[in-house]
Design a protein around this ligand. Structure first.
Ligand code: ATP
Ligand code: MG
Length: 291
């Protein structure tokens, strides 16, 4: 921008720049904030007019986020959190133990918890060691969610993750992989290093990531009914990585071709609203329209 000649122009430029920043923030909130937060924001505005104290309307079995996690988020209003219900016996062993030494990063935790409560898909990005995986594990421990972690790599095999025919006791039987187990019984699946996901696996996940999506295992023997799995209400997917899907200049993220297209809204690349010194970002629902 060329330097303005007069004070008036400087002020105009400043106002224009401020308005554009404001518009960007508005857009950010519109595109990344999950329905629970939006509802809480709307409720907070109404309640502020009626009474200055912030009141969280809790449904049965919910407690305030701030009570469960021990601190009040600054950037979003407090909201109700329910523990995962109806966890089948066969996956209770996957619920992590609460790590008492864990230091809660409130803004990120609140975004993640809110998205999990809403059933949204979540994308986390941040540098190595910024605490992405630990946050998901900790949140699962607190809300009583079975937790499955998958470390993605460029040579990951779809059969290992979804299921395959194996020889057992002289017979060939189908054995479900961890993603299929999570879909059937309900669990939070953390896909670490999701940028490396080979196209074969992202294709397998496509239907699942749609709203009201399902899993279709074409390799599984049987008819269409045997191959189709409607996700358990507790099934969630969280993708974590170092980028938000565009790879990087080093060519390190070679497996990003199919996954790039999942970053449908294209937001959340320039701004860190979390206030975290660790620069971790949690966005919800932006991997929801994988095509
Ligand atoms: N909030 C926290 N409180 C205490 N320890 C933490 C916290 N966050 C992360 N750590 C510790 O920091 C280390 C790195 O965290 P973590 O593995 O979660 O990072 P990451 O972002 O998933 O890294 P990567 O990109 O390599 O997967 C772990 O040993 C973890 O226990
Ligand atoms: Mg990790």
């Amino acid at each position: 921008m060329t330097k303005p000649a007069t004070g008036k122009f400087e002020l105009d430029d400043f106002v224009a720049a401020a308005m554009s920043e404001f518009a960007k923030k508005e857009e950010y909130i519109k595109t990344t904030v999950s329905p629970t937060i939006k509802a809480a924001m709307a409720a907070a505005v109404v309640e502020e007019e009626a009474a200055p104290a912030r009141v969280v309307k809790l449904r049965d079995s919910e407690v305030e986020y701030s009570k469960m996690f021990g601190s009040v988020p600054k950037n979003i209003p407090d909201f109700g959190v329910a523990k995962f219900a109806g966890v089948p016996e066969c996956v209770t062993h996957l619920i992590p133990r609460v790590d008492d030494k864990y230091v809660v990063q409130t803004e990120e935790a609140a975004r993640l918890v809110s998205a999990l409560m809403d059933g949204d898909k979540v994308l986390m990005s941040g540098p190595t060691g910024s605490g992405k995986s630990s946050l998901v594990k900790y949140v699962c421990a607190k809300v009583g969610a079975p937790f499955i972690r998958i470390n993605m790599s460029a040579d990951a095999e779809s059969s290992v993750l979804f299921g395959q025919l194996v020889a057992r006791d002289g017979a060939t039987v189908w054995e479900d992989g961890p993603i299929t187990e999570a879909v059937k019984h309900g669990a939070v699946v953390l896909i670490d290093e999701w940028e490396l996901m080979p196209p074969e696996i992202s294709m397998g996940l496509q239907n699942l990531l749609e709203d009201d999506g399902y899993l279709f295992l074409k390799e599984k023997p049987g008819d269409a009914k045997d191959k189709t799995f409607i996700p358990h209400p507790n099934f969630r997917i969280v993708c974590a990585g170092n980028t938000v899907g565009q790879g990087d200049d080093t060519g390190r993220y070679t497996g990003t071709t199919a996954a790039n297209e999942t970053d449908v809204n294209g937001e959340d690349k320039t701004e860190d609203q979390s206030g975290s010194h660790l620069q971790m970002r949690v966005s919800s629902a932006i991997v929801g329209r994988m095509r």
